[in-house]
Design a binder for this molecule. Structure first.
Ligand code: UGA
Length: 440
């Protein structure tokens, strides 16, 4: 059992801290955000992630998990220190690593004996080395010689299924030059090691690269299937059958082959841009990534155009919007396709009735600029009252079994835009709706 500190209590930090404590470790999570830590100390989990709240509660109860704003307390008492802070995109597309470097300074300030510093944030290649240099520089200022090792341990969990992903990873990547640190990390992930999860042991730079290469590949895979979907639409083919058949080929795999309104979220848009910038800085052009970024931007914009084209015009029309988060089972709206599509529809004269099971956290402020044209509703049926069209943007489970008989009575028009392909055309059209999927 190791004593662990996790710096940062966002989606990755909080899930990692909670699950590591669930693995039996003593974990202390630290954050500069006093309000957030206050809430966590009261047992309130500030993000919506299925299963997370009960794990936090149980491990706090057994005193394996605690929260603090004191870096001193957290760092001094732990052997392993995870950095899991945000690395948002800067204006120029590069990843902003300021929070990571700041965390390194805190570690340098309070380190009192041998520690293992583990970077879990997605960071440009070379950041692990910078972290090492910063800690060394602070130690020099303090006139102290304290040994420490740096490990890159990228995280591959997805929002909405983070608890499962963290505890059932496809692989654990550990990048470090230190055998000693590697052995401690195997102990940290001992539960997974015993379950025969593959461990990839490599150097710092490679581990950092693995994360960007993986995320960018997945973004590219989605974009590929989205573009094939457009072609399917033109030639009368069905993307769902195409993707299903492609996915049966073990070399392709069925995952991340779902056509939709474009990828969003806090990772793919940011990480593809950061990778393109890293390549540029190194005099390399990864043209597939450049094309992916461009195609995804274009795709999000084309969704509103698709609606307009089908309806003739949306001017003066009322539209029901089902789902505004970037994916189901999260309250996160960062880079959600809805943030591109909805302002465009309003600009063209539409009024919106929105329902998302988690709209309350971010919906109002993220869509502030079009607020006069939005009514937020308490359920999907309320959103449909008197509308000319229904637009399904996020595939929440509760939208998978809509009562079309009931909807017929509520809805004024007959357009049904299913941008996640969760319905079959025939199924919807038998109720008198006109069905518009993506690539089918
Ligand atoms: C992504 C990666 O999947 C994780 O492995 C990684 O750890 C994470 O980024 C991160 O870097 O932190 P996440 O963004 O939470 O996870 O969610 P995804 O399930 O990957 O979805 C991303 C976007 O792609 C969503 O907008 C989703 O709707 C879209 N998507 C996904 C599709 O349009 N089609 C698909 O087949 C799959």
């Amino acid at each position: 059992m190791s004593k662990i500190t996790v710096i940062g209590t966002g989606y990755v930090g909080l899930v990692s801290g909670a699950l590591l404590s669930d693995f039996g470790h003593q974990v202390i999570c630290v954050d500069i955000d006093h309000e957030k830590i206050n809430k966590l100390q009261q047992g309130e989990v500030p993000i919506y992630e299925p299963g997370l709240a009960s794990i936090v509660e149980a491990n706090c109860y057994y005193k394996r998990l605690s929260f603090t704003v004191s870096f001193k307390e957290a760092i001094e008492t732990s052997k392993v220190i995870f950095i899991a802070v945000g690395t948002p995109a800067r204006e120029d597309g590069k990843a902003d690593v300021q929070a990571v470097l700041k965390a390194a300074k805190e570690i340098g300030t309070y380190i009192n004996e041998y520690k293992i510093v583990v970077d879990k944030s997605t960071v440009p290649i070379g950041t692990g080395k910078k972290v090492k240099e910063i800690i060394e520089a602070v130690l020099k200022e303090r006139e102290k010689q304290i040994p420490f090792d740096v490990v890159s341990n990228p995280e591959f969990l997805r929002e909405g299924s983070a608890v499962h992903d963290f505890s059932h990873p496809d692989r654990v990547v550990l990048g470090t030059e230190s055998k000693k640190a590697l052995n401690v990390m195997k102990d940290v992930y001992g539960v997974l090691y015993l379950n025969e999860t593959p461990f990839i042991e490599t150097n710092l730079e490679t581990a950092e690269m693995i994360k960007y290469a993986s995320n960018a590949f997945l973004a590219m895979k989605i974009t590929y299937v989205n573009e094939i979907a457009d072609l399917c639409e033109r030639v009368g083919a069905n993307i769902q059958d195409v993707a299903r058949a492609m996915g049966r080929d073990g070399r392709i795999s069925p995952k991340f082959l779902h056509a939709g309104p474009g990828y969003g979220g806090s990772c793919f848009p940011k990480d593809t841009k950061a990778l393109a910038q890293i390549a540029k800085e190194n005099g390399i052009s990864i043209s597939l990534i450049d094309a992916t970024i461009h195609a995804n931007e274009k795709r999000k914009k084309s969704m509103a155009e698709k609606i307009q084209k089908a309806m003739g015009s949306v001017k003066g029309k009322k539209l029901a919007v089902l789902g505004i988060t970037f994916k189901p089972n999260t309250d996160d709206m960062r880079e959600s396709p809805s943030l591109t599509i909805l302002p465009q529809l309003v600009q063209q004269g539409a009024d919106l009735r929105i329902f998302d099971p988690k709209w309350e956290k971010e919906g109002k402020w993220r869509l502030e600029q079009i607020k006069d044209h939005i009514v937020f509703c308490q359920n999907e049926y309320e959103a449909m009252v008197g509308v000319d069209a229904i637009i399904l943007l996020t595939e929440w489970n509760q939208f998978r079994n809509l009562e079309f008989n009931r909807m017929k009575e509520l809805v004024h028009g007959k357009y049904f835009f299913d941008f996640r392909n969760i319905y079959q055309r025939k199924e919807v059209e038998q109720y008198g709706f006109q069905y518009y999927g993506v690539g089918c």
